[in-house]
Ligand binder design. Structure first.
Ligand SMILES: Cc1cc2nc3c(=O)[nH]c(=O)nc-3n(C[C@H](O)[C@H](O)[C@H](O)COP(=O)(O)OP(=O)(O)OC[C@H]3O[C@@H](n4cnc5c(N)ncnc54)[C@H](O)[C@@H]3O)c2cc1C
Length: 291
């Protein structure tokens, strides 16, 4: 049996046209998810559409008001920009933990997101940075909150002929603090069994806004509004108030999780660990002044 064909369009418009005229086509970036799935017979695209010639998808920029990450930017490219690592510590921590150095050299943010694994490393950091997803398709361009891109494990809301162009992380600046943590069975090259990200904007010594997200414990990675509410307004210099708010927020994370049993961990263990990991992540973020 012959393998899929390969197309390498030179513009986003041509990519959309190619995807539209080949309903069995799939985008391929680094191929570190897709090639494995094809080998296992889980996916059999008729045509692979490469991102290599799409300059727009490779754009990486630390702007004055936002950060722009093209969907074909690799984790290593991001990790090599000191300003971005300093600006988005949670995303840098996640990128650093994803796979190993070889994987980071080819794996892209777009692939990590569009593979739509609930355990995908970059998802919870991007959720707490309030990332917006820029999508191109037959009807033109649209921008949606990243959370709206996920439908379920392995499924996005991208329609026929659509692709992810970029991620935009708005509102950089001021005293922002963030962190990412995961729990895995092995120290390296493993997928998270629980993950969490936390982000705080601190104004006049208090948490003006809090964002908390958990991964690998629901069908899609999600923000936890009750946890965010528990932390908002807390005086960051009051250790006892911080500890109480974080404990309450971590309990909300546990309540918001609906984990499943699988070969790597039981649902009960995951639920217990999401409280521990989210608590540690919030504590790390709040102590990490990054103004
Ligand atoms: C050894 C190993 C270790 C790994 N460890 C981790 C880990 O620790 N954490 C983790 O999260 N992942 C891990 N992964 C999974 C994988 O490396 C990441 O998810 C990676 O970011 C995928 O990016 P990619 O460019 O290789 O995606 P690809 O495989 O090229 O694509 C993945 C999916 O996204 C779609 N896609 C890609 N780009 C676009 C686009 N622009 N628009 C629409 N759809 C698009 C593809 O059609 C495909 O369905 C690991 C993989 C391997 C092989």
């Amino acid at each position: 049996m012959s393998g899929p064909g390969y197309a390498r369009p030179g513009s986003v418009a041509d990519t959309v046209a190619t995807l539209q005229s080949h309903p069995g086509a799939r985008m391929i970036a680094g191929g570190t998810d897709l090639m494995v799935q094809m080998r296992l017979g889980h996916r059999s695209p008729e045509l692979l559409v490469g991102t290599g010639a799409l300059d727009e998808l490779h754009r990486l920029e630390a702007g004055a008001d936002d950060t722009h990450i093209g969907s074909a930017v690799t984790l290593r490219e991001f990790l090599q920009v000191r300003e971005l690592v300093a600006r988005h510590p949670a995303l840098a921590q996640a990128a650093h933990l994803l796979g190993g150095r070889q994987i980071q050299a080819v794996a892209t943010f777009g692939g990590n997101i569009c593979n739509a694994s609930p355990a995908a490393e970059s998802t919870t950091p991007l959720l707490v940075y309030d990332a917006q997803a820029e999508i191109a398709g037959p009807q033109g361009r649209r921008e949606i909150p990243l959370a709206e891109l996920f439908e379920g494990p392995g499924r996005t809301t991208l329609g026929p002929g659509e692709l992810l162009v970029a991620l935009r992380l708005p509102g950089v600046g001021g005293d922002q603090r963030s962190a990412y943590r995961r729990m895995e069975l092995r120290r390296s090259v493993d997928i998270a069994i629980v993950s969490a990200s936390a982000w705080f904007q601190v104004v006049d010594g208090r948490v003006a806004e809090a964002r908390v997200a958990i991964g690998a414990v629901n069908a899609v990675a999600t923000r936890v509004p009750d946890a965010e509410e528990a932390l908002t307004g807390v005086d960051v210099s009051d250790r006892s108030a911080v500890a109480t708010a974080i404990a309450e927020a971590a309990s909300s994370c546990r309540q918001a999780s609906r984990p499943i049993d699988d070969t790597r961990a039981s649902a009960r263990y995951r639920a217990a660990m999401v409280e521990v990991i989210s608590q540690r992540t919030m504590a790390e973020a709040i102590d990490q002044e990054n103004s």
